[in-house]
Design a protein around this ligand. Structure first.
Ligand SMILES: Nc1ncnc2c1ncn2[C@@H]1O[C@H](COP(=O)(O)OP(=O)(O)OP(=O)(O)O)[C@@H](O)[C@H]1O
Length: 663
């Protein structure tokens, strides 16, 4: 009994052998969907009904703003169908009376039957016309709602602070909310179906009550087991999805690794392909066994529901027989009642199913709403004081920044000054906080302690859009946009139109001329391997395009600004690197401060000021000569690199004895 009527519980997620081997256990990372673990247990008719109005309301509001007339048309046609169902039943009742109770010659009876028959036919025609109208308008509404929800989602995701993007909890919410627009779209269809079944049910119930009040509870008795069955199946499916979602994601991840371009070389050389494929198959087999279990469970549940419903139906016919025998119900009314009971029970079953669907979809629409609220809370504020045209310098004063999931700060009370017209270099070992410092300087991360000032103004009070407008950023992993070469450069300042001639100085500046000349359509060539006919550039060639973009951005503004370059030359050959550093230095102008982060010490020696970071703190600062004289960290780093290139160094020798081959 408990198997059918006890609560559907969430089993411990099954972990396949492959999952344990590859991931060290169940994948519990960044799984947005597991947010619903508890919601699954909440999937009861009552809770569904309680939360429904607000969630359906949110979707209908979207539909209202998308296509008011369409929504009204759908409502009218659905209500019309409900009324048509009631009128149809009454017409059927009239037909039954004419057939069974009528007296007179057959010709007279057919004559009496005719108006009712015509009414039944007319109602059927009106009903199908209304259904068609509703389908057409709802079909238009659905993509509109999905588009609005998707646009809301994308706009919100693009407008939040970078800190939110770095926050794993928020990232999870971004993932989950992605399901929202599709669910909102489906919700329109399901809401229309639910409205339809509600109205026709009310109409049928009304007609049944008029025929004989005792038939109404009988109708509920027939439909209840079917409703229970539908709900039970939905619950089981939902709980299964929640239990298995991590497994499914893991196997999808393995599948993707086999097709990804970045993994293609190791997949072949290390024979990772066959290894991962066998794990993928193992995981797929476990998932199939769960599908099989679910299908058998569904079959049994539906069989039990149908049997209970059949019993209730038999009881209803028994009651009707008794009513006819005792003379309390005419044969004509009984005939109509049979039809009404059948359509009513089907309608009630459909309603329960639709409400269930609505509930399932609403879980994802709710996440979408939750994401929009949180994104609005974490959005980069709009407005603020204008950034003065001339600021003279940018100052970082005792700035501390800690990433959301980290204990120790990535930047710890760091102070530095960037005068306009100067070149500042930041060096330090891996993980010392250089990139974080650049993000703070760019206004992407706000200091948690201390201040960042543009001139005399604290950046927190300034219009951030204007701050961003004054920043040019070139990082090692700068965006390789899947568009033409010209657009790749123009996207440095997309609002400004530019012809190929306008972009030529930036191409020449970056030394990208030979790269562009080699392309089949010059600057108009598509740089995206995923499209047919597109070209893929090498890492170093891409860096030249990135440098051209930065030049385009920097030279299209005359206000005081900062140019931030983070490891811009890692993929360049030694000659190109020397030229690139030279070019970057030349970008320092009276209205521009240049900040350079690099591990190549040769690139920093000509900087006006050098800051050395160590574990998030400022360890040393000064000019190259001052820091060399100090004989501290900078001098050690510089000497270590210089020694590698000294003519006497020859080929570097291993510092420790070579590892002996165990074989
Ligand atoms: N998005 C992030 N979320 C959490 N921690 C981060 C994030 N980015 C960086 N960190 C941590 O902050 C510290 C400083 O990292 P940062 O990238 O600023 O160093 P870096 O000096 O630029 O390193 P590298 O020379 O290797 O590029 C590191 O301990 C790193 O693990």
């Amino acid at each position: 009994m408990k198997r059918f009527f006890g609560p559907v519980t969430m089993a411990e997620p099954k972990v396949s052998a492959a999952e344990r081997e590859l991931f060290g256990g169940p994948l519990r990372y960044d799984l947005g969907w597991s947010q619903h673990e508890h919601a699954a247990l909440d999937l009861t008719m009552l809770s569904a009904l309680r939360s429904m109005p607000s969630l359906v309301g949110a979707t209908l509001r979207m539909a209202w703003s998308a296509d008011r007339r369409g929504l009204i048309a759908v409502m009218i046609s659905e209500i019309g169908q409900g009324i048509a169902a009631a009128v149809g039943l009454l017409a059927v009742n009239a037909v039954m009376h004419a057939l069974l109770d009528g007296s007179g010659t057959p010709a007279e009876r057919v004559h009496a039957l005719l108006p009712a028959l015509l009414a039944v036919a007319a109602v059927a025609v009106v009903n199908s016309a209304l259904a068609g109208w509703s389908t057409a308008r709802a079909g238009r509404l659905e993509p509109l709602v999905e588009r609005i929800a998707t646009t809301q989602y994308l706009a919100a995701a693009a407008s939040v602070e970078l800190e939110a993007i770095d926050d794993p909890d928020f990232r999870r919410l971004i993932d989950v909310a992605q399901q929202g627009p599709g669910s909102a779209r489906r919700m329109i269809g399901v809401a229309v179906a639910a409205l339809n079944s509600t109205i026709s049910l009310v109409a049928t119930a009304g007609v049944l009550t008029v025929l004989d009040p005792v038939l109404l509870p009988m109708l509920i008795l027939i439909a209840a087991p079917r409703g229970w069955g539908a709900m039970r199946v939905a619950q089981e499916r939902y709980v299964s999805v929640m239990s298995w979602i991590e497994h499914v994601r893991a196997s999808r991840l393995i599948g993707n690794l086999l097709t990804e371009r970045t993994a293609a070389q190791e997949v072949r050389i290390h024979a990772v392909g066959a290894f991962l494929l066998s794990r993928y198959e193992g995981m797929a087999r476990s998932a199939e066994s769960e599908q099989e279990r679910l299908a058998s469970s569904k079959a049994v549940t539906e069989w039990v529901a149908a049997a209970l419903s059949g019993l209730a139906m038999a009881a209803t016919y028994g009651v009707m027989f008794w009513l006819i025998m005792s003379g309390r119900m005419s044969l004509a009314v009984a005939g109509t009642a049979v039809i009404a009971v059948r359509s009513g029970s089907a309608g009630l079953g459909a309603l329960v199913m639709n409400v269930n669907h609505l509930h399932e979809e609403s879980l994802y629409v709710r996440d979408h709403g939750r994401f929009l609220v949180q994104a609005a809370r974490r959005a980069i504020p709009e407005g603020g004081a204008p950034v003065p045209e001339r600021v003279g310098r940018i100052v970082l004063d005792q700035v501390t920044y800690r990433y959301p999931d980290r204990e120790s700060p990535a930047l710890d009370h760091v102070s530095l000054t960037l005068p306009m017209g100067s070149v500042t270099a930041v060096v330090g070992e891996n993980g010392s906080g250089k990139s974080t410092l650049m993000k703070v300087l760019a206004g992407l991360l706000l200091p948690q302690e201390g201040v960042l000032r543009w001139g005399a103004a604290d950046v927190e009070g300034l219009d951030r859009a204007q701050v961003f407008d004054r920043v040019a950023l070139l990082t090692q992993d700068f965006q390789r946009w899947p568009v033409t070469a010209a657009m790749n450069i123009r996207l440095g300042r997309p609002a400004r139109p530019a012809s190929s001639e306008d972009l030529r100085p930036s191409v020449d500046y970056a030394g990208a001329g030979p790269v562009v000349d080699k392309l089949p359509d010059g600057l108009q060539s598509l740089l995206a391997r995923m499209f047919r006919g597109a070209i893929e550039l090498s890492g170093g060639e891409w860096q030249k395009v990135g440098l051209a973009r930065t030049h385009w951005r920097s030279t299209t503004s005359r206000a005081d600004s900062v140019l931030i370059v983070d490891e811009p030359t890692s993929a360049l050959d030694p000659r190109a690197e020397i030229e690139a550093f030279d070019r970057i230095r030349r970008l320092a102008a009276p209205h521009r401060a240049v900040v350079l982060v690099t591990h190549r010490m040769s690139g920093v020696r000509h900087a006006d000021r050098i800051y050395v970071l160590h574990r998030g703190r400022l360890a040393e600062h000064g000019s190259h000569d001052e820091l060399m004289a100090l004989r501290g960290r900078y001098a050690a780093m510089f000497d270590a690199q210089a020694a590698q290139y000294a003519p006497s160094a020859g080929i570097p020798r291993p510092a420790s004895p070579p590892v002996t081959d165990p074989a």
